[in-house]
Design a binder for this molecule. Structure first.
Ligand code: PA5
Length: 449
């Protein structure tokens, strides 16, 4: 099981009593979630998803994934935000570190490429170079079906697929994950006859990794999605419990709230495995988009250690005291590597001979935590037992549930994202989208100043 250790935060928040005092608020937040009577309560489908998921669709996902694994060298996943980060996070954490450079035999799956998560011409054009001559399948993912970034990429890739395979052949290789009834993508998928998967109405993008949004690409990568769901299911049972002292997920929510009230408004997610990088990106979206509203929230940031100890380490050790750290340690990483003895010992490293690099990494982590705590950076430590689908399912649910509780502790609606619309309106106006004429003139005048 995931464990949570907040001993190194207690001195900064007024001790264990400060956490214990949160018990009534945490209970109220937990009741609101489970009774579904809090803000955003129409987006709580993720809460019971590990048990109440569509079993028939799950079978279709498994079947489609097997077909793609058989007939494709590359799966292109088109989506942005919650419609891609979860899948990418899971695939990168559990897959080969050099998947794109590895042969299919080493990777044990088609190559999975992500696009439609930016408007970069260079990125897309470079990706087109990579897929030349390869057999492709496409998974377009958009809950609304109207998001500009994936829509542009899909327009380009749909034409590419139809040109390469013909309309009928392309239809057999394009999979749409979207709303069950509405949106431009749903209309297109129905018209063209693409196999479709559903983003449930009551599951928001950033909480959707355990729906078809995440599960289809994850299954294509050869990851055991049943185990992923099992880990999440066990977590959903374990993290219902009260009192607070018996629920590490609720403790994480409570302690970060205490830290915020003690002046720590930035949370830095820290890993010691480079493959965790996109889990941090997923977590950043989950917490940033859920909590950052009404002029409130903890700013979610991330570092990859020990790499970033040589860039951000200075600031964290010594700079403005605005942040606390949450370290995720993987107790048993995917692989081991022994450090060899060297007769000459010119580098002076023979004291490490015979040691597994994982042991060295763990000591680096322990030493860093102590140094940062000495530098007045509170520390939270999450232990993930191993790098398996089961443990990752558990961790995903841990963060999702804590996010719901944490949002309610902050008195925001954790399940909406009104702020995301502002840039879209300006972009459409500047691009001359019909209906935005007035805003266009006003924005252009501001840009000329
Ligand atoms: O969490 C969210 O709701 C957002 O990040 C969305 O996932 C993102 O904007 C993409 O939206 P859509 O799936 O509608 O294309």
């Amino acid at each position: 099981m995931i464990t949570f250790d907040y001993q190194n935060a207690l001195d900064f928040i007024g001790g264990e009593e400060a956490v214990a005092r949160m018990e009534p608020q945490v209970k109220a937040a937990s009741d609101m979630l489970h009774k579904k009577n809090g803000p955003g309560n129409d987006f709580l489908g993720w809460l019971d998803l590990p048990t109440n998921y569509d079993k028939d669709e799950f079978k279709r996902i498994t079947k489609a994934a097997s077909k793609i694994r058989r007939d494709s060298d590359v799966l292109i996943v088109i989506g942005i935000g919650g419609s891609y980060l979860g899948a990418r996070a899971v695939i990168e954490l559990l897959g080969h570190s050099f998947a794109s450079a590895a042969t299919k035999k080493v990777r044990k799956s088609p190559l999975i490429l992500f696009c439609g998560n930016s408007i970069s011409a260079t990125y897309l054009a470079d990706m087109m170079d990579i897929i030349e001559g390869k057999d492709i399948s496409l998974n377009i993912i958009s809950k609304s079906g109207t998001t500009t970034e994936p829509a542009i990429a899909f327009r380009i890739l749909r034409a590419y697929m139809e040109n390469k395979y013909g309309k009928k052949g392309a239809k057999e290789r394009i999979y749409a994950t979207t709303d069950k009834a509405k949106g431009a993508l749903k209309g297109l998928a129905d018209k063209e006859g693409y196999e479709s998967f559903v983003v449930p109405d009551d599951v928001g993008g950033r909480f959707s990794v355990l729906t078809a949004v995440g599960l289809l690409p994850i299954a294509v990568a050869g990851i055991d999605i049943k185990e992923l769901m099992k880990g999440a299911r066990d977590a959903s049972k374990a993290y219902k419990k009260l009192p607070l002292s018996e629920n590490p997920c609720y403790q994480y929510a409570a302690v970060r709230n205490c830290l915020l009230r003690s002046g720590y408004s930035t949370e830095v997610m820290v890993n010691y495995e480079p493959s965790f990088h996109f889990m941090t990106e997923w977590w950043k979206q989950l917490y940033g988009e859920s909590e950052g509203k009404d002029r409130r929230g903890i700013f979610p940031a991330g570092v990859d250690n020990t790499t970033d100890l040589h860039s951000m380490g200075q600031f964290i050790q010594d700079g403005a005291r605005i942040m606390y750290e949450t370290v995720v340690q993987i107790d048993q990483p995917r692989r081991t590597f022994l450090i060899p003895n060297d007769k000459t010992n010119l580098d002076g490293l023979n004291f490490l001979s015979g040691m597994d690099m994982n042991e060295v990494n763990a000591k680096a982590m322990q030493g860093t935590i102590l140094a940062h705590v000495d530098g007045k950076v509170p520390n939270l430590l999450i232990h993930m037992p191993d790098q398996t689908a089961y443990s990752l399912g558990e961790l995903i649910y841990f963060f999702e549930k804590a996010c719901g509780i944490s949002g309610y502790l902050l008195a925001v609606n954790p399940f909406n994202q009104p702020g995301v619309e502002a840039y879209k309106k300006n972009m459409f106006a500047l691009l001359g989208k019909p209906g935005y004429e007035d805003q266009k003139a006003a924005l252009e005048a501001r840009l000329k100043k």
